[in-house]
Write a protein that binds this ligand. Structure first.
Ligand SMILES: *Cc1c(COP(=O)(O)O)cnc(C)c1O
Length: 386
């Protein structure tokens, strides 16, 4: 069966994967080798050197591409390395039009590293896509979209972004990390490149740092492959194996993340000590309609604030949770909590971060796949101490 005819759960387990041609091993072996024997100069089995290609990584790249309904996939040593590879497609003088509610690491790479090579970045709110067009110039080459956003869970309209990028011949890149390929497939909505921090939901077990890019455009794929092998920010075979293993349960994990996420979101919404709850599944969330149209469910990422907006109250909550772990990152089987104002968003000046909603009592949750009763009683207990 061809991958394109498979449903998601079948793809997660089978797409791009064949029993090993040398031994029949059903699970993709960890080809821990840097180089490959050649029978005569230039006569080989398709692999020459592991920077340009490794069978374990290739299997993973084909599998991840299939999950995003893409033809070409490329895996990198981190999500940031994947983003770095996209930016290397640009030349000095080119411009990137990016959402202003952006992953902090992407903002740092754009403004502190690529800006000094003559690439210009403009950050704008993209919650009204019609506003975006006004900022396109002759030099604009990339439209950079992230949805849902971190940590405010805003939803951007990928289809509307695709219309603008087609009209002005831009490359639309979507950072799909928060949604995962199970909930949202930007290539189907007109994106040119999908980016993932594989570290999060795709890997799913908080044991690997990795990034991926997926495209259907052969010209873009050629460029990305050339950059991947030339710059060399690849991932190793052991990590590729771990992620292949993680992906086999992606659909099962995501179902539970969504179920638990929904239960936690409603629980928080009805709690007297909780002020705002940001989760796109609520009908009164400003992006709910778009989320409903472009995502298959609403996921397990939730942010909320505590009434009175006191940092001390947030800290009391964060320090007393026993099932939720206080840590950066997200998307693993275990539930995590973070305090954006002091952790992920500390580098953004206070007034700036408060403008986007990152206030002192804001808490971000990555709801894991544990038993929901234990998660809710952990939240109840910690809130009772405020
Ligand atoms: C974590 C993350 C990244 C960066 O990925 P790394 O694997 O940590 O390098 C990029 N975008 C988003 C939305 C992320 O959550």
């Amino acid at each position: 069966m061809e991958s394109k005819d498979m449903k998601f759960g079948t793809k997660a387990i089978h797409a791009g994967l064949e029993p090993d041609s040398a031994t029949g091993a059903v699970m993709t072996p960890i080809y821990q080798t840097s180089t490959y024997h050649q029978e005569a100069p230039g006569i080989h089995k398709g692999f020459e050197y592991s920077r340009s290609g490794n069978p374990t990584r290739s299997a993973l790249e084909q599998n991840i591409a299939a999950l995003e309904n893409g033809k070409f996939g490329f895996c990198f040593g981190s999500g940031m390395a994947a983003i770095d590879a996209v930016l290397k497609m640009l030349q000095p003088g080119d411009e990137v039009l990016s959402t202003n509610d952006l992953y902090g690491g992407s903002y740092r790479l754009f403004t502190k590293i690529y800006a000094q090579f003559g690439i210009k970045f403009t950050f704008i709110s993209m919650s009204e896509m019609s506003e975006v067009e006004k900022h396109v110039t002759e030099q604009t080459k990339i439209l950079w979209v992230e949805t849902p956003t971190n940590p405010m869970m805003s939803i951007l309209d990928i289809g509307a972004a695709a219309k603008i990028s087609k009209k002005y011949q831009l490359t639309l890149v979507v950072d799909n990390t928060f949604a995962s390929p199970y909930l949202q497939n930007p290539l189907d909505l007109g994106a040119d490149i999908v980016m993932h921090s594989v570290t999060k939901y795709i890997g799913g077990h908080s044991d690997v740092v990795m990034g991926a890019l997926i495209t259907n455009d052969e010209r873009i794929a050629d460029q990305l492959y050339f950059i991947q092998k030339s710059s060399g920010a690849i991932c190793g075979p052991m990590d590729s194996f771990l992620v292949l293993r993680g992906i086999k349960t992606l659909h099962l994990r995501m179902q539970r993340h969504c179920e638990n996420g929904k239960a936690v979101a409603y629980y928080l919404k009805n709690h007297p000590k909780v002020d705002k709850v940001y989760w796109p599944g609520f009908e009164d969330h400003p992006g709910h309609k778009i989320a409903k149209a472009q995502m298959s469910d609403f996921g397990g990422m939730i942010s909320f604030t505590i009434k009175g907006n006191k940092k001390d109250d947030a800290f009391t909550f964060l320090s007393n949770c026993k099932v939720f772990t206080l840590a950066e990152s997200l998307g693993g089987v275990e539930s995590l909590l973070c305090h954006p104002a002091t952790m992920t968003h500390a580098a953004i000046p206070k007034e700036e971060r408060e403008k986007i909603g990152v206030v002192e009592s804001l808490i971000r949750m990555s709801v894991g796949v544990e038993d929901i009763d234990d998660l809710l009683s952990d939240i109840e207990n910690s809130l009772s101490l405020i």
